[in-house]
Design a protein around this ligand. Structure first.
Ligand code: ZN
Ligand code: ZN
Length: 450
């Protein structure tokens, strides 16, 4: 079974459930005696626990924004609670600037300490203790993926890739491991309507409609290249829900990467990208017959986001083990289409060439181009230059599976009749015969006529 961490969507919890979850989080972080306690003189509850320097009071807020009053209230709780110098405000959303400033002020003067944990911090804490905590308040939560092939189909493709390899049969494959990674992605439909005017009137206009496809990883959004974009846009209508149980049965491992930012942040990125894209320089002549140049950049309000669709782009990675070698085969998937991104199964392990015939070396499991495969002298089977044991016979390098084979052939060579030995170096022998013939012909031509 696969080790996919169950994702915990904080948005699905109510306030009480969020507190219970935080009790678990703090326990895993190493705090002692963590418990939920009823607040005195208040309807709410707090988490009380033991830290390194005494008691800690925690205020949990399952909301979009936490302001200064919450932090202030916690500060006074810390001041009055026995043996307590530290308080934590934990929220699934964000903290306002005044809340942040207040906490900094209090913590700065060497007395009590107020720590603020927002949705972003919570995600990082979660990761450090093995919990996948998602908050829709700080990042996109999505469960839709483009269709993807199962591992049996990938295995078929892998074996099919090996069909044309010389000296190879499928039963040489030791194992094929198939993993899936789901890459957070977006399709955004944007419209740009910009008109640039000066005293002479309209000098330029932009009226465009774009479909922007990008991956949305934590390091930031990045536009899909043409090939991936093409694959995706043809199959965008066929999304399906990701089923964790099914993934566990289907692949040896599956990773669902995180979006990392909110939809609004991604939209802002698209607006800036479009403004950049349609920035241009215009030359025009003024009423005074002077030529001017003007930088025309669309305003933010010129870019209208019409449709936003988050989804996952599946990337399937397989590794085929054959003797001493592991071969990668990776592809992006969308519905019934795939785009191969890496294919070690069609190239030489020594030089990377995928030209001409590829031949399998049964001795080590390598795939080889014609210049990296030789004939084993003793057994007359293919052997690669990478694993062969070599020796010189009649000035010619010969290749062997093992030292044992080489020794055996050395014996045979020694016992060979003398006239047979030059055949171990055919080009040299042929050359020598040619040389003798040339001399004979030359002598014939130059022989005296009498
Ligand atoms: Zn090669
Ligand atoms: Zn080999």
């Amino acid at each position: 079974m696969l080790a996919v961490t169950e994702k915990q969507i904080l948005d699905d919890l109510n306030g009480y459930e969020f507190e219970e979850l935080m009790v678990d989080v703090f326990r895993k972080m190493g705090y002692d005696d963590v418990k939920v306690s009823k607040k005195t003189g208040d309807k709410g509850r707090d988490i009380i626990m033991e830290g390194e320097s005494g008691n800690v009071v925690v205020e949990c807020k399952h909301q979009d924004k936490v302001g200064r009053p919450v932090v202030q209230k916690l500060h006074s709780a810390v001041s009055t609670f026995e043996n307590c110098r530290k308080g934590i405000v934990a929220t699934t959303g964000r903290l306002t600037n005044p809340a942040q400033e207040y906490a900094d002020e209090v913590s700065g003067n060497g007395g009590e300490e107020i720590e603020l944990v927002d949705g972003q911090d919570l995600r990082e804490i979660g990761e450090s203790i093995g919990l996948d905590l998602y908050s829709g308040k700080i990042e996109v939560i999505c469960n839709e993926s483009l269709g993807y092939p199962g591992q049996e189909e990938i295995k078929d493709r892998v074996t099919h890739e090996l069909d044309d390899v010389e000296n190879f049969t499928d039963n040489q494959i030791d194992s094929i491991d198939v993993e899936a990674a789901f890459i957070p992605s977006f399709c955004v439909d944007a419209r740009i309507d910009s008109t640039f005017e000066t005293s002479v009137g309209v000098i330029s206009e932009v009226h465009e409609r774009d479909k922007i496809l990008f991956t949305a990883q934590r390091s930031g959004p990045s536009t899909m290249n043409e090939q991936v974009g093409g694959l995706v846009s043809q199959n965008l209508d066929g999304t399906r829900e990701i089923d964790m149980d099914e993934l566990g049965d289907e692949f040896s491992d599956a990773e669902i990467r995180r979006f990392g930012r909110t939809e609004t942040e991604y939209q802002e990125w698209v607006v800036e990208r479009e403004r950049d894209r349609y920035s241009h320089t215009v030359r025009y002549t003024g009423d005074n017959n002077v030529t001017y140049t003007k930088e025309c950049t669309p305003n933010k309000s010129d870019v209208e986001i019409r449709d936003v669709k988050p989804f996952y782009l599946p990337k399937i990675k397989s590794e085929t083990s054959i003797k001493r070698y592991n071969y990668g085969y990776e592809c992006y998937a969308a519905g019934n289409d795939i785009l191969v991104d890496r294919n070690d199964l069609s190239q030489c392990v020594h030089c990377g060439s995928d030209q001409g015939t590829i031949t399998f070396c049964e001795n080590c499991g390598s795939l080889n181009c014609s210049s990296h495969i030789k004939t084993e002298r003793l057994e007359k089977e293919p052997v690669c230059t990478g694993c062969a044991v070599t020796d010189q016979f009649f000035l010619k390098k010969k290749y062997f599976y093992t030292q044992q084979n080489r020794d055996e052939f050395q014996q045979i060579y020694q016992e060979m009749p003398l006239y047979k030995k030059p055949l171990e170096n055919k080009p040299l022998t042929a050359g020598a015969i040619l040389a003798i013939l040339s001399v004979a012909i030359w002598m014939g031509l130059n022989a005296p006529l009498i």
